[in-house]
Design a protein around this ligand. Structure first.
Ligand code: G3P
Ligand code: CA
Length: 267
């Protein structure tokens, strides 16, 4: 696995983050296509995004699939929990009709299929790991090994993230060189210790809990901050001006025009 210049963040060190785009299409171009489907990833690419975020979780038979919720109900024509469903049944479900009839027949991709598709488009990816109770370590380890096996060594950046530290720690243990991001709604008083525990490169925070003094502190500390989910270009500009490294958005075509160029040291 190559590092593309990525290194774990450490207090007081300014580290290069070469190749990490400013704008990350959240679940693909999810305002215009059903989230977490190949259609949404394709559309993100067509609309100019160079990186997508997706959500991955385990099925009953241990296959990592790309779906946000713990249940199938909202985004497919199936019912029940993903962790209680076999991958073969899940592969038959329609993951597009709930969004619009034109997307009928979209499937829940396996993580392996999604990564192959994204690599083929030369899109960078943030794989957010969602772990069911009791599956935290397994999810992290399986995902890290899968990514290390299938992602091209000369491909664009790939970044694992999770709200669950146990999942990040398992990923770290399985494939230490794979970059990790600590995902939180609020940074919390222990953000520094948590980043160090999991050897994270980036800190991902919710837009609606941010305050400017925290952002200034993180910028001073050279912590690369990625903020979700920002669909308003004016808000995006304000956050970029405050030193935010990258934004997750459902509308990449609206945010790309206000994204500043990367400083030389980051490009
Ligand atoms: O990874 C950022 C963001 O996607 C986390 O929240 O609920 O959209 O997965 P959620
Ligand atoms: Ca997510």
């Amino acid at each position: 696995m190559h590092g593309k210049g990525w290194e774990p963040w450490r207090s007081g060190l300014k580290l290069p983050l070469t190749g990490l785009p400013r704008v990350i299409a959240h679940r693909g171009a999810s305002a215009a296509a059903p989230e977490n489907t190949l259609a949404a990833f394709r559309l993100a690419h067509e609309r100019g995004a160079r990186m997508v975020e997706l959500d991955a979780r385990l099925t009953r038979d241990g296959v990592l699939v790309v779906i946000h919720d713990s249940t199938l109900d909202r985004t497919t024509d199936g019912r029940g929990r993903v962790i209680e469903t076999d991958s073969a049944s899940l592969a038959l479900l329609d993951a597009g009709s709930w969004f619009a009839p034109a997307f009928r027949g979209e499937r829940i991709p396996t993580l392996e299929a999604a990564l192959g598709f994204l690599a083929g488009l030369d899109l960078a990816v943030n794989v957010e790991l969602k772990s069911d109770p009791g599956q935290e370590a397994r999810t992290g380890a399986e995902a890290a090994r899968l990514i290390a096996r299938v992602w091209p060594s000369d491909g664009p950046p790939v970044l694992i993230s999770s709200f669950q530290e146990e999942t990040l720690l398992a990923a770290r243990h399985a494939v230490p060189e794979l970059p990790r991001g600590l995902l939180r709604e609020r940074a919390g008083a222990d953000w520094r210790a948590a980043m160090e525990r999991c050897a994270c490169s980036t800190l991902h925070l919710a837009a609606h809990h941010l305050d400017e003094s925290l952002l200034r502190e993180l910028y001073r500390e050279a912590v690369p901050v990625l903020v979700y989910t920002v669909n308003d270009p004016r808000e995006a500009k304000r956050l970029f001006d405050l030193g935010v490294r990258a934004l997750f958005t459902d509308v990449p075509e609206a945010i790309l025009p206000v994204a500043p160029p990367l400083p030389h040291s980051w490009s």
